[in-house]
Design a protein around this ligand. Structure first.
Ligand SMILES: [Zn+2]
Length: 291
């Protein structure tokens, strides 16, 4: 599981692998000769196999990661937040930039998040980092409209500039270009990247069905793979896997750290988050998980 391939000044969530390291990881994975399309992992086999996935739909996936994978002949699945296409920024990047970006901030600020009034200590880097993680935890369970309103209010309270353009999402043509490559599959990742557990069932259904449906329409083909945003068991909840199945998907991915086995629910497949590692470290983590 990857998210971004980029050289970032700010990566507090550790979502990025630098392009140089990613190129070396790709060369290593190509040498292993066991990278398969994601759907293949559902077929029983005695051989170890690896599937590559990217979550969210960052622009760098299309412009940096996809060409490297295509050159190496490696298949991959791109899970797209379909309602955030068009060069938008994700709320967690806007939040990180506001709190950790290179601009002055007041030493403390009062903000409202959901129903709560909060006082945030912003006096130094450590305090700002604590504030970021605290707000991220508070914001994540909100439904999309309240979350966006809370982020906008927060950014206006802090009076900070907007996040830089290197944090943009793909546009529609990028997704179409990915899907046109026979190596690549496009999967869905909800409309707005909400945490599904705890949301109204009708909202969960709309976010799952409409992201699958909108991408199917955009690409004029079936979309049969899904990944749950923030995909831990507690963030997915009991209803979402069933809805992904009803929406016509054949599989869905979580973020539980493990290999896939024949005993796994195909609608809660575990994955390994790949870090900004040299191939030796990737090899070590894979060996640990596959043994
Ligand atoms: Zn995601």
């Amino acid at each position: 599981m990857y998210h971004r391939v980029a050289e970032l000044d700010l990566d507090p969530y550790r979502l990025a692998v630098t392009p140089d390291r990613f190129a070396r990881q790709v060369a290593h994975l190509a040498r292993l000769r066991c990278v398969v399309p994601l759907g293949e992992v559902l077929r029983p086999s005695r051989a170890a196999r690896i599937a590559i996935t990217f979550d969210d739909g960052y622009l760098d996936n299309a412009t940096v990661a996809a060409p490297l994978l295509a050159d190496a002949g490696l298949p991959a699945t791109w899970f797209i937040t379909s309602g955030r296409l068009g060069g938008q920024r994700f709320w967690w990047d806007r939040l990180a930039h506001a709190l950790l970006g290179p601009h002055p901030l007041p030493p403390a600020v009062d903000v409202r998040v959901g129903d709560a009034s909060l006082w945030l200590d912003l006096r130094d880097d450590a305090a700002r980092d604590v504030a970021l993680r605290f707000l991220h935890r508070r914001l994540r369970p909100l439904p999309p409209d309240r979350l966006e309103a809370a982020i906008s209010a927060l950014l206006s309270d802090l009076a900070t500039p907007e996040a830089p353009p290197d944090e943009l999402s793909m546009r529609h043509e990028h997704v179409r270009a990915l899907a046109a490559d026979p190596l690549f599959e496009v999967g869905a990742h909800t409309l707005t990247h909400l945490q599904l557990s705890g949301q109204e069932p009708a909202l969960q259904r709309r976010e799952i069905f409409d992201s699958v449906g909108d991408l199917s329409t955009l690409l004029d083909r079936e979309v049969t793979s899904f990944a749950f945003p923030f995909g831990s068991d507690s963030a997915v909840g009991p209803l979402a896997p069933q809805l992904a199945r009803e929406a016509g998907c054949r599989l869905a991915c979580s973020t539980r750290h493990d290999r896939v086995t024949a005993n796994d629910d195909p609608f809660l497949l575990p994955r390994i988050a790949v870090g900004d590692w040299e191939p030796a470290e990737l090899e070590r983590v894979l060996a640990e998980v596959l043994q």
